[in-house]
Design a protein around this ligand. Structure first.
Ligand code: MG
Length: 259
């Protein structure tokens, strides 16, 4: 009997709550929940999906490597440029942007060569360091690898934040086909006293498929050991020249919107 009474009281309270909410809703004017500022800036989208919008910083449009330098000595980037595509030069090593960035939206396209060989991590391995750092593993790596029919540890396959975040799906296209990454990068932030204010977060869409959904990183992405944070400011974006023996991969159509 007690339980029954309790249920009746709860039901009555719910009805009163709903009706008072509905009553206050009715008393509001539509204009009270409509805002006219701040006005979003006008951004003209690219002609086709993947094309740079009007406010993008174009990092590579196929014509030259002027926005890139060799990571090892900061001289002009010497990856191979042909047919509007840049290809890893393993004798040169990693390259990185001349400019540094904090939070951004990035579009980048890559192609694993159709004659790719090797297996596991030694098959089309490259990577995009979303903030390149001159210590430890070199920053926070979004893995590039051929996993079309190639298995490896899942936290190191394509679409992973290397050894830290397993992708939600394997959306790999065949070797020889162009593939896309669209990334939203929120850099870690520090307080003036050197303590961490907020952790890095990343969202990644691979070939139109969500593979990292606003994932929080625990630090950088080392090959050996645990991730860690060390204070840094705006940083370049770095493309990896991996030391394995498989054929080098290519990049094209790279642009970014600072956020
Ligand atoms: Mg890699």
């Amino acid at each position: 009997m007690k339980d029954k009474m309790k249920k009746i009281v709860l039901a009555a309270a719910a009805v009163i709550g709903i009706s008072s909410f509905a009553f206050s809703q009715e008393r509001m004017k539509p204009e009270e929940t409509e805002f006219y500022s701040p006005v979003p800036p006008i951004v003209t989208p690219g002609a086709h999906f993947g094309d740079a919008p009007s406010d993008a910083i174009v990092l590579f449009d196929g014509s030259n490597l002027s926005q890139w330098i060799n990571s090892k000595d900061s001289t002009a980037a010497k990856w191979t440029l042909a047919d509007n595509v840049m290809t890893v030069n393993k004798s040169i090593g990693d390259i990185q942007t001349r400019s540094s960035f904090t939070d951004y939206q990035l579009h980048i396209e890559y192609r694993i060569p159709s004659n790719i060989t090797g297996s596991g991590q030694a098959r089309g391995n490259s990577g995009i360091f979303l903030a390149a750092l001159p210590w430890g593993p070199g920053g926070y790596e979004l893995q590039v690898l051929d996993n079309f029919k190639n298995t490896t540890y899942v936290n190191g396959q394509v679409g992973s934040m290397y050894k830290q975040a397993v992708p939600l799906a394997n959306a790999s296209r065949k070797p020889g086909e162009w593939q896309t990454y669209d990334v939203v990068w929120t850099a870690p932030k520090w307080n003036d006293n050197g303590t961490l204010k907020s952790l890095a977060r990343v969202t990644v869409i691979h070939n139109g498929v969500l593979v990292q959904n606003n994932v929080t990183l625990l630090g950088d992405t080392p090959y050996i050991g645990m991730p860690s944070y060390r204070k840094h400011g705006p940083a370049p974006i770095k493309l990896q020249s991996h030391g394995d023996k498989s054929e080098p991969i290519s990049y094209r159509n790279i642009w970014l919107r600072p956020l």
